[in-house]
Write a protein that binds this ligand. Structure first.
Ligand code: KIV
Length: 265
């Protein structure tokens, strides 16, 4: 993938959809990985509330707070120049009222250095999307399997109600969303939604016909030893590499082969 020389914006992503160019997105939560994503020339970093599971050792995203999201978004924004950075609105940061939603979305731009936000929901959050967009905040919607509604959905389940999914997608586009994440949706349904929308769809567990793809960084790099959903492809086993390095370090300290003369003053 050629390195991106320009800053990726909402306009870039819209143009990519129009030209049939795939959008490549990943999550990131810290400086070193955000730099690697930037250097690999990806288009979009989502500082996801998957932070809870990938980094904080939680079993859901529900406990993640606004302050934690702002902290990680600021670090990722500091590490990047060209890739577009979006902050993910955590559970209860936008559900209670439109004004709280706009205030919290604004924090991602003012304090976090993000270029926009993502929130979960379709028709039910359109008043939030509209108000944020009117305030000049680019919004990415997220429909299908929405992890913040895990209890309502009865688990992390593939969503198959095509009529409702399409209605949600059309509603968020009409409300002003610049893009929509399609998660845990059968590939033919995601393909149909993608064909019907002018805004780019970013798929995760939604098949190959979305306008782009996103994965959780720790899942695709093999840094997550817990449940791995079917849609995750592991591109590296960094967890195994790290374990081996740690074992070797422990052994070398214990048998006094580290530090060697080259590490001494
Ligand atoms: O929280 C997250 O990382 C997400 C993406 C996986 C879409 O919502």
């Amino acid at each position: 993938m050629s390195r991106i020389s320009k800053v990726v914006t909402v306009t870039t992503l819209m143009r990519m959809k129009a030209n049939g160019e795939k959008i490549v997105a990943l999550t990131a939560y810290d400086y070193p990985f955000a730099r690697l994503v930037e250097d690999a020339g990806l288009h979009l970093i989502l500082v996801g509330d998957s932070l809870g599971m990938a980094v904080q050792g939680l079993t859901s995203t529900l406990p993640v707070t606004m302050d934690e999201m702002i902290y990680h978004t600021r670090i990722v924004a500091r590490a990047t120049e060209h890739v577009m950075v979006l902050g993910d609105m955590p559970f209860m940061s936008y559900q209670t009222s439109v004004s709280e939603a706009v205030y919290n979305a604004g924090r991602f731009l003012k304090e976090g250095g993000a270029a926009g936000v993502k929130l979960e929901g379709g028709a039910s959050v359109c008043d939030r999307i509209r108000a944020m967009t009117e305030a000049g905040i680019p919004v990415q919607a997220h429909i299908g399997l929405t992890p913040q509604s895990v209890h309502q959905m009865g688990g992390f389940k593939v969503q198959r109600d095509e009529e409702r999914l399409l209605a949600d997608a059309i509603a968020v586009e009409a409300a002003g969303a610049f893009s929509v994440v399609l998660e845990g949706i059968p590939a033919p349904i995601a393909a149909n939604i993608t064909a019907q929308l002018k805004i780019p769809t970013i798929g995760i567990g939604a098949g190959p016909d979305c306008d782009g793809q996103v994965l959780v960084l720790h899942d695709m790099l093999g840094l997550n030893d817990r449940h791995r959903p079917k849609f995750v492809k592991q591109y590296a086993q960094l967890g195994d590499l790290a374990s081996e390095a740690l074992r070797q370090y422990a052994e070398e300290v214990q048998n006094s082969t580290f530090p060697g003369p080259e590490h001494c003053y």
